[in-house]
Structures are given as structure tokens and as C-alpha cells.
Ligand binder design. Structure first.
Ligand code: LLP
Length: 432
């Protein structure tokens, strides 16, 4: 079996120099030695550059801000990652009471928070209203009424957008496509106007915006333009009816390159969308963008050590100390991540499946990779900054790994490795 000829993604925070991989100015092998493996490592420079690429398009030639980035924190909600974005001026897109608590914990301005999700509980809605979030993105008529009830109890007003399901095919993996009429997300396109009319009659509801998010790891601009056109048609109709919209939330979803994808450049992509908003006469709207993956995906790697090399009847296995518990994307979506030896060695290259120790055949991190490695070597799994640590689990009673942020030559532990004893410290056995 030959190795798949998938190239490595272009990275700004990680590089190979003289056969050694670095995070900014720090050799990855030094980090593994000091903090152990598996280990998540992030680059502040990569986070910053990705953010600035969005921000360049958010301000027009006259210096007027026409859009704001609300980082979709579900992609990586480590407080240090969020705080880096907050310091750059980001707001946040959240989807749970837990994410709200994290945003408040780093001192995010509640007015920079938008709250989405199909199943927000009454408790979560109350917490968001008490915090004073900018907007709750409503995903069903039932939820709209729930928000009105909660706001009545709290004697406050609830700022809302309706999340439109535009029935547009984002041309991505079916598990992460959200804008088709068969998906559970948003309000069906033909019901949106009627739902706005209903919302504007509810005693505690303030209609403030409109929202749309069509999926994730989208590598083309066309589906966004289709969705945006349809959403702007709705805004025009609402205006005629006297229902005023102040902001337009275009969601997130822009893809990254894991290897052979070529997504649009962030600044060009954002400009294209914002220019359409202006051309259609809606330049007065505040635009909200909710990128997640494209801000953090290529700003992180997962370091893992090779435990055993196991030649098999049909395949050779490289058994590493990371697993689907640390990085679930390959098991869940058959996602491809580049995998490189942290140090280049003059060994014969052999084709392996890179697998973890978890008791599932779905526990793999890479397939058919040609690697010149021996037991004890370190591998870096690339593009692991988004939907990596946040989707980690304790399956097989495996403690979650530590997370490190590198900033130039500086290294910070931003989350300590879990201890095995912590994993069952809240469990009790029966008395008899
Ligand atoms: N806004 C909303 C309402 C979302 O549901 C999402 C992602 C985003 C923004 C950010 O999308 P992004 O820019 O990160 O594509 N676990 C999957 C991805 C799930 C995305 C869920 N929603 C994966 O590992 O590929």
C-alpha cells in the first residue's frame, strides 16, 4: 500500500527547520519532554494572524467598521485561546450555558455575545438574559415562545434574531451541513416572515437581527452568496412590513486546508460577502461573523509518542499514545489530518495506519501514512486546533491531555493534564 499523496497544509505557527518541527521558536520535542504526551500545542501567532485576516475586511476603506468577529468558541474554548481573541477585539458565539460561563469568566462584554443552538433550556435562556447578551438566535417557534415566557418571569426584554434555514447545500460532510431543509437547524425559509410577525407581537421580545449558518468546513464562497441573497430578500420584505433588523449574522463555517483543500482566502472571502451586503443596499446593517475553525484549526497540533510498531498481515500499525479520545475527527468524520515525525530520521519509510490504544477499530488518527520512524519517536498531528480538545472524552478512563500555548519563545500551560484519580473522584459505590 502506498502513502496517500496528500500534501501538508501551509502553517504559520509551526514549521520544520533542519529536520526538527517547531511551534514558533520552540522545538516540539522540548515541549513533549517537559509536559509529556499526548499534548495539545497552540501558536498565538497563528491565532492572531487568522483573526487579523478577518478584521482587515471588517473595516472599510474609510475606517468604518462594517462587521465584527464573534469567535465560535465551540471550536476551542480554552480560556487562554478565548482571551487572546478577546484582546484582539473579538466577541463570541456560544451554544450552551457552559460556554456562556466561560465567556463571562474571561470578562467578555455580554454585549459581545450571541447565543445559538437548537435546544437551549429555560435555565440557559435565563442565564443569557440575566447576563445581558447581545442576541439569542432562535431556532424554532417553540423556542421563541419559551424565550418570551422566561423573559416574562424575569421581567426583562429578550433581544432575538431568527436563524433562517435557507435550504442551501454547503457541499460539505453531511454531519456538519446545517443549512438544508432536512437539517434540524433554523426556521424553515417559508416560515421565517410569519415567525418574525409573530415575534414582533410578543410582549417581551425585541427583534434585533437575522441569522444564518449553513455548515462547517465549507471551501467555496458560492453557497454563502446563495444563502446571503435569500436572507437579504427576507430583510427587504421585513423592512416593507416595518419590522426593523439591526444586524445580520452570517454564521461561520469557512473551511481550512487540512492538506488538499483550497478554501478561499479569509480576507477575500469576507470582502466578497460584505460587498454583496453593501451592493444590495444593506450597508447600514451591522454584520456579525461567527468563524471557529478558520481562526484556530491550523493554530494547533496534537503531539503524540509512538508506543509500538506492529507489522500486520494486511497493514502495519503505528500505535501511539493519543487516540480517538484526544482527537475524534478521524473516527467521526473520517477526517484527514497531516501527520509528521517531530524529528526527521534517516530510516526506511514504511506505510502505517496510525492508531490509538482505545478498544475500537474506529480508533485511528491517520491511514496509509509513509513514515520513517521507530518506537519512542514523536509525531505531530497537524490542524488539530479546532474541534480537537473540545471533543475529547474520558472513554477507557483516559485523562484529557494538557494544553500549551506558545508565544514566540515563551511557553504557557493553559490547561493541566487531568489526573486519573480526578476521573472517578465524584463516583460512589453502593453501601451494600
Ligand atoms: N456558528 C454556528 C451556529 C455553528 O453551529 C458553528 C459550528 C459555527 C458558527 C462555527 O463553524 P466553523 O467556522 O467552526 O466551521 N465538529 C465538527 C464541526 C462542527 C461545527 C458545528 N458548528 C468538525 O470537527 O469538523
Amino acid at each position: 500500500m502506498t502513502s496517500k499523496a496528500i500534501p501538508l497544509p501551509k502553517l504559520t505557527g509551526f514549521s520544520e527547520r533542519n529536520g526538527n518541527w517547531y511551534a514558533e521558536e520552540v522545538p516540539l520535542r522540548d515541549l513533549a519532554k517537559e509536559f509529556g504526551t499526548p499534548l495539545y500545542v497552540y501558536s498565538r501567532k497563528a491565532l492572531t494572524e487568522a483573526y487579523q485576516a478577518y478584521d482587515r475586511a471588517c473595516v472599510d476603506a474609510n475606517g468604518k467598521r462594517r462587521a465584527r468577529v464573534h469567535y465560535a468558541m465551540k471550536a476551542n474554548s480554552n480560556l487562554a485561546v478565548m482571551d487572546c481573541f478577546k484582546k484582539l477585539g473579538a466577541g463570541f458565539d456560544l451554544v450552551s450555558g457552559g460556554e456562556l460561563a466561560r465567556a463571562l469568566a474571561i470578562g467578555a462584554d455580554p454585549k459581545s455575545l450571541v447565543f445559538a443552538g437548537v435546544g437551549k433550556s429555560a435555565t440557559e435562556i435565563a442565564a443569557a438574559l440575566k447576563a445581558g447578551v447581545k442576541c439569542i438566535n432562535v431556532e424554532s417557534i417553540a423556542e421563541l415562545h419559551q424565550i418570551n415566557r422566561v423573559a416574562t418571569t424575569l421581567n426583562c426584554r429578550a433581544p432575538i434574531s431568527l436563524r433562517v434555514n435557507p435550504d442551501v447545500d454547503a457541499q460539505t460532510h453531511p454531519y456538519i451541513s446545517t443549512g438544508l431543509k432536512g437539517n434540524k437547524f433554523g426556521i424553515a425559509y417559508h416560515e421565517v416572515l410569519k415567525t418574525y410577525r409573530e415575534a414582533s407581537q410578543l410582549s417581551q421580545i425585541d427583534v434585533v437581527g437575522i441569522d444564518c449558518h449553513i455548515g462547517s468546513q465549507i471551501t467555496k464562497t458560492a453557497p454563502y452568496l446563495d444563502a446571503l441573497d435569500k436572507v437579504l430578500d427576507l430583510v427587504a420584505q421585513l423592512k416593507k412590513e416595518g419590522i426593523v433588523i439591526h444586524h445580520l449574522d452570517l454564521g461561520g463555517g469557512l473551511g481550512i486546508s487540512y492538506g488538499d483543500e483550497s478554501p478561499p482566502d479569509i480576507t477575500d472571502f469576507t470582502n466578497t460577502l460584505l460587498n454583496l451586503v453593501t451592493e444590495r443596499g444593506f450597508g447600514y446593517l451591522d454584520v456579525v461573523l461567527e468563524p471557529g475553525r478558520s481562526l484556530v484549526g491550523n493554530a494547533g497540533v496534537l503531539l503524540t509518542a509512538v508506543e509500538y510498531l506492529k507489522p500486520g498481515a494486511e497493514k502495519n500499525f503505528c500505535i501511539v499514545d493519543a487516540a480517538m479520545t484526544e482527537l475524534m475527527r478521524p473516527a467521526l468524520y473520517e477526517a484527514h489530518h497531516g501527520i509528521v515525525p517531530v524529528q526527521t530520521k534517516a530510516l526506511k519509510s514504511v506505510t502505517y495506519d496510525i492508531v490509538g490504544p482505545v478498544c475500537e477499530s474506529g480508533d485511528w488518527l491517520g491511514k496509509d501514512r509513509a513514515l520513517a520512524i521507530e518506537e519512542g519517536d514523536l509525531l505531530a498531528i497537524l490542524s488539530a486546533g479546532a474541534y480537537g480538545f473540545v471533543m475529547a472524552s474520558n472513554y477507557n478512563t483516559r485523562p484529557k491531555p494538557a494544553e500549551i500555548m506558545v508565544d514566540g519563545e515563551k511557553v504557557y500551560i493553559i490547561r493541566a493534564r487531568e489526573k486519573i484519580s480526578d476521573l472517578f473522584s465524584t463516583e460512589t459505590v453502593l453501601p451494600n
